[in-house]
Ligand binder design. Structure first.
Ligand SMILES: Cc1ncc(COP(=O)(O)O)c(C=O)c1O
Length: 373
């Protein structure tokens, strides 16, 4: 079946008791034992398992083409679980431009915990190869990246990791499985912040990890989930599953709108640079055409005049809301350098746009008036 069909049906079956097509939300924390002590429903206690969480995990495994999925309370909890499933002393290669929360987690939490980390420029396979050591157990990728929307060649990284005996993980949050299927390119682990496009309405937080194969690694992830308890609530799981059902159609509109906005910015005399891998002049263009079915809904651009001018443009925008995050129906603008603070790699004149589901001409008109000043 094709993606649109899977998105509507994966993890959703009519309720056997009521016949309802929409899944019920099951908030119970505890489940009845049989006289013999067994649990006929398969559920025992909410931290171990819940029907809404299970349905979400089933759907995500189907959409990514994986053997198993494990859901978490946030994207960061999902990333943390992958890192906690490694052993102290393991070496990890991570992107220089990883989501700043991921880089912080690696440096500030997992450094003292005993993971060794090398940050590499993931746009260069030779840089990735050079960073790999005999004790490398994981190569973490994130493509497209934040905030310069740079691309990593996932099949190329997988080809480096395999002979080195390392796993490859991909943060697929920005692309979603509709635009990019990392497991089919040789990646072992896919991670998502479901807070973004998968839920799609900026009203729920969650994360998920999908693995290509069943086995010891996913068992460790499951243990981190169940023992640590950073699990999504039944309602949050239900909301993400509901969002998934319209994912392909929302993503098409995000991509169409983003392409129109990026082309407009590219031609604009008051814009110094545009980052969008759908533009022919973008360094990620040819890889995006190969690796993704469309280049996504995130665009960033640089205005001359640094931070002051970027702030002035953002302040004049009326339709774009100045707010963090991405993947919802409303368009957002953010000055990443000030959000990330000291050590940021984001240029001071850069504004990041999460392109929403408004009409593209309205978004372009808003940017035009804000750039004219
Ligand atoms: C690419 C990426 N990965 C991970 C995260 C973290 O996800 P969460 O905020 O759900 O913990 C984010 C959040 O912005 C993100 O953009």
């Amino acid at each position: 079946m094709r993606f649109e069909t899977l998105a509507v049906h994966a993890g959703v079956t009519p309720d056997p008791v009521t016949g309802a097509l929409g899944p019920a939300i099951q908030p119970s924390t505890t489940f009845q034992r049989s006289p013999d002590g067994s649990f006929p429903s398969g559920y025992e206690y909410i931290r171990d398992g819940n029907p809404n969480r299970k349905a979400l995990e089933e759907a995500m495994a189907v959409l990514e083409g994986g053997a198993s999925a494990v859901a978490f309370a946030s994207g960061m909890a999902a990333t943390m679980a992958v890192l906690q499933a490694l052993a102290s002393g393991d070496h990890v290669v991570a992107p220089l431009d990883a989501y700043y929360g991921t880089a912080k987690l690696l440096r500030e939490h997992f450094g003292p915990w005993g993971l060794e980390v090398s940050f590499a420029d993931m746009t260069s396979l030779s840089a990735v190869q050079a960073a790999v050591r005999p004790d490398t157990r994981l190569i973490w990728t994130e493509t497209p990246s934040n905030p310069t929307i740079a691309l990593t060649d996932l099949a190329g990284v997988a080809a480096i990791a395999k002979p080195a005996g390392a796993l490859v993980a991909c943060d697929n949050t920005w692309a979603t499985p509709f635009l990019q299927r990392p497991l089919a390119l040789g990646v072992d682990i896919v991670m998502h912040s479901t807070t973004k496009y998968l839920s799609g309405h900026c009203d729920v937080m969650g994360g998920v990890v999908v693995t290509r194969e069943a086995g010891a690694f996913v068992e460790r992830l499951r243990a981190v989930q169940v023992h640590g308890g950073a699990v999504p609530s039944p309602f949050d799981s239900w909301l993400v599953l509901r969002g998934i059902r319209t994912l392909p159609w929302r993503m098409r509109a995000h991509c169409t709108n983003a392409a129109a906005v990026a082309s407009f910015l590219w031609e604009h005399p008051r814009v110094e640079r545009v980052h969008y891998p759908g533009l022919r002049g973008d360094p990620g263009y040819s890889l995006a055409s190969k690796q993704m079915s469309a280049p996504g809904g995130m665009v960033s651009f640089v205005v001359p005049g640094g931070r002051a001018q970027a702030f002035a443009v953002a302040a004049r925008l009326r339709l774009f809301t100045r707010a963090t995050s991405l993947g919802g129906p409303e368009s957002l603008v953010e000055h990443r350098a000030s959000v990330e603070g000291a050590g940021t790699r984001a240029p001071e004149g850069l504004l990041r746009l999460s392109i929403g589901l408004e009409h593209p001409e309205d978004l372009i008109a808003d940017l035009d008036q804000a750039l004219k000043g």
